[in-house]
Write a protein that binds this ligand. Structure first.
Ligand code: CTP
Ligand code: ZN
Length: 168
């Protein structure tokens, strides 16, 4: 993005790690919260409301020394399915892919149904992804209830943290 010099100046290049680019504005902090759940030690730089070619403004996250796998990326799909993941090695982008939408989420979100077995026993969680006219619905493998995506993207980070510590 040589034409967007403002961005280059505002967030430094990294030597090795992962750059999540083209995150819709406003989603960066949610993604940051999820990343910190997975790795509280990760060295992370966040850019918010940066100029973008395709979006009116974008968020961007750079993670040093953590090269994302497709699984790491898929866990962020509800927040930014069209974001670009760049794997950086020795200051160069070695690989680039779009996050996309997986067919299911395993151990990423907790079930909004308070009576679901996954809220009481350490069995992990599993949701099937169904695309509908009004967005994405997730269906719990255990209680079989379906939920709209907002119930997951707005999940309380602390409850998620307590959950991850017990089952992962
Ligand atoms: N980047 C970085 N550190 C590096 C190399 C790249 O932080 N050592 C960042 C760039 O600032 C950019 C992203 O990784 O935000 C992707 O880099 P690049 O592919 O060079 O940029 P573009 O070609 O503009 O990417 P796209 O076409 O996906 O918008
Ligand atoms: Zn359930």
């Amino acid at each position: 993005m040589s034409d967007l010099s403002g961005e280059k100046l505002s967030v430094e290049a990294i030597r090795s790690g992962t750059v999540i680019d083209h995150i819709p504005r406003g989603r960066g902090l949610r993604i940051l919260g999820r990343l910190q759940l997975k790795n509280s030690e990760a060295r992370i730089t966040v850019g918010l409301n940066l100029p973008s070619r395709n979006l009116s403004a974008k968020d961007l996250i750079k993670i040093d020394e953590w090269q994302f796998t497709e699984t790491d990326a898929a866990e962020l799909a509800l927040f930014a399915p069209n974001a670009t993941v760049n794997i950086v090695e020795n200051y160069k982008v070695k690989r680039k892919f779009t996050i996309g939408m997986p067919s299911e989420f395993v151990n990423v979100f907790w079930c909004p149904n308070a009576n679901c077995v996954t809220r009481h026993d350490s069995v992990g969680t599993r949701f099937k992804v169904n695309r509908t006219v009004d967005g994405v619905h997730l269906q719990c493998h255990f209680c079989e209830r379906g939920f709209s995506e907002e119930l997951f993207t707005e999940q309380d980070r602390l409850l998620g943290l307590a959950y991850m510590e017990t089952v992962v």
